[in-house]
Ligand binder design. Structure first.
Ligand SMILES: [Zn+2]
Length: 310
């Protein structure tokens, strides 16, 4: 399975249009040793001619155009993108669905709650129904292996399976109180496990830290792309750009007690990559002590255009 990082930053990207934090200012001025990043987006290509997007970022159009293998293979209209798997109803996860609205059929796999938020409360997404046949939403149960794939496999190609792992957390603040009350909390934010043959990928760009479930799947996988949003619990407050802690907005930080580095440090066999990196995070600066600490601990830091083979 080919795994391609099309975007590696958290919401807002890097630099963020209205942010003058040291990182964003430094990359604009050309004084920071780093590289610009678009908002988190991953695509997996398990077999020839078919790929699946993991979430649909607000930068999706340019991200698709950046990689020729995602272009149409024949006229007049075609896409190798067979489907999208959604981990939440956050704007960063679903806004890109509007980029896919050009009368193109495909499949969307997510929890029933995320589907209800997107379809019932946000009428603009009904543009996806105009495709012939319309885009198909799949209400996916938690904790169950299901087959993924829509094409007939050639000799030597292996089927793909996937499952949604509940990670706790809350629904986005734009969801109406009425709908929120009717939704089960376990369907708000999920991690994705994709398996093909003996290989396994775990994708969790948001780890709220409210359950331990993610660790089991991370440790049993060959490749993990995990929540690298914040270095410090109080990062937004210290930077003067927010009033909430990392955990209050659904992300365990990398550092400190209960942080990702301490919680998942012993898995030598697992290839561990940090993604969804907020523009305030000091690991973006290649000359920082925090960048060095992460690398010394065996983690990789995702960048736009990163190719990973599984
Ligand atoms: Zn910034």
């Amino acid at each position: 399975m080919r795994v391609t990082v099309l975007g590696s930053a958290a919401g807002g990207g890097f630099p963020q249009w209205n942010c003058a934090c040291p990182n964003c200012s430094g990359i604009r001025a050309g004084t920071l040793r780093s590289q610009a990043r678009s908002q988190a987006q991953v695509v997996v290509s398990p077999n020839a001619g078919e790929c699946f997007l993991l979430n649909a970022s607000p930068d999706l159009r340019t991200q698709i155009l950046s990689r020729p293998f995602l272009g149409p293979a024949y006229p007049p209209r075609h896409t190798p993108i067979a489907g999208v798997l959604l981990t939440s109803a956050d704007v960063d996860s679903v806004a890109g669905l509007l980029h896919l609205r050009e009368f193109q059929p495909f499949h969307i796999y997510t929890t029933q709650s995320v589907r209800r938020i997107v379809c019932e409360e946000n009428r603009i997404f009904r543009v996806l129904d105009r495709a012939k046949p319309p885009v198909v939403w799949h209400d996916v149960p938690l904790n169950a292996w299901l087959p993924l794939g829509t094409v007939k496999l050639s000799t030597g190609e292996l089927p793909v399976r996937y499952r949604l792992v509940p990670l706790g957390s809350t629904y986005p603040d734009y969801v109406s109180e009425d709908l929120r009350q009717s939704l089960p909390p376990g369907e708000a934010v999920v991690g994705l496990v994709l398996g093909q043959g003996s290989k396994q990928l775990f994708y969790a760009p948001a780890i709220p830290g409210l359950s331990e479930e993610w660790k089991r799947w991370a440790q049993s996988s060959d490749l993990c792309l995990l929540d690298g949003t914040f270095w410090d619990e109080n990062e937004l407050i210290s930077a003067g750009v927010g009033s909430k802690t990392a955990r209050e907005i659904g992300h365990i930080p990398l550092s400190g007690a209960g942080g990702l580095l301490k919680e998942f440090d012993s898995a030598k066999r697992v290839r561990r990559v940090l993604i969804h990196i907020n523009n305030t995070n000091p690991i973006l600066d290649k000359q920082s002590a925090e960048h060095r600490e992460v690398r010394d601990a065996g983690w990789e830091i995702a960048y736009d255009g990163m190719d990973l083979d599984l």
